[in-house]
Design a protein around this ligand. Sequence first.
Ligand SMILES: Cc1ncc(COP(=O)(O)O)c(C=O)c1O
Length: 385
Amino acid sequence: MAFKVAERGAIAPFIVMDVMREATRREALGESVLHLEVGQPSGQAPAGVRAAAARALDRLPLGYTVANGLDSLRERIARHYAHAYSVAVRPEQIVVTTGSSAGFLLAFLAAFAPGDRVAVAAPGYPAYRNILKAVGITCVDVPVGPDSRWQLTARVLEGLDQPLDGVIVASPANPTGSMLSAHEVAELAMWCELHDIRLISDEIYHGLTYGRAAATAAGMKAAPHTVVVNSFSKYYAMTGWRLGWLVVPDDLSRAVECLQQNLFISPPTLSQIAAEAAFDCLDELEARVAVYRANRDLLLNELPSAGFDKLAAADGAFYLYADLSDRTDDSALFCARMLAETGIATTPGTDFDPVRGRRALRFSYAGSTADMAEAARRLKAWRGV
Ligand SMILES: Cc1ncc(COP(=O)(O)O)c(C=O)c1O
């Protein structure tokens, strides 16, 4: 019998990581590359986080922690819900994870059986679809657009004629930056509860909003089966520290704990100790949000004259999703040409929507304002304006 790659392991690439590899290769050859592909805050983690890590590195043995994470961090995260949203979440509901990425794996394995059907928005974050496939769950891509503000609302789901076991939403969303209103979050959570559909609410871009604040699905008494996913990667600027958390409903808590014990043992100890300090670095973190806001304003102003005039909602996160219908139906080729000819790396829409994404691309504005201004200048020159 020949060796083979198992079908469930043969998942699609996370295209942005492939683009990043190519952009970095060009940079190493001395080309001037602007990174508008990857969604990660630039610069260092907050000073308080780094100081806490340095102290721990010097003084503590840094062995494993208990599987669900340090009690003090779980308590601090629970307090964050009281403070930021006026919502009561018990520390025992918090499970600290190795980035939200590990949180998804734990949540999917605990909540869904092979063959279950889980709806995701298209365009949407590619790893939902790819992780679901790897664990044998059927991903139901639901096309969304401006009508529902690029979101899976209760009304969109009501209109589907296929049965579902789960739904994943992100507000603010990647790649569109669109948000659900507080009313829509509550309505969606209750609709899912009523239909025995497990809601997974990805709240990783909370804090990165430019109008109204994002509403959490955590702590809703009328929807006690919802799983909430969050992370220190985006607002807290700690991507490489690989730390996130889940708010786990009671019915899943022992399963998630056992999965974590066996799959990861525990989340990274140094990162856990340091992350507690992140909640006391709000001035520094808000200063970053001000930079993202300036970047967003700059691009929203400049991109239309560079030929990118159809942009999705952009309520939050640090992304702009541009419709390219009148320029290409091969976004991968378009982005590759843009990188080669202007040095600007962006992500083809096919990462987020395998079908309609052929006519879209995503700009990430997580970098510096100087980089955004230079990108706008190069794009306009590329367009000949
Ligand atoms: C919507 C969304 N969820 C989850 C993640 C995963 O982040 P992490 O594993 O760093 O927490 C990302 C990363 O870009 C994302 O965009």
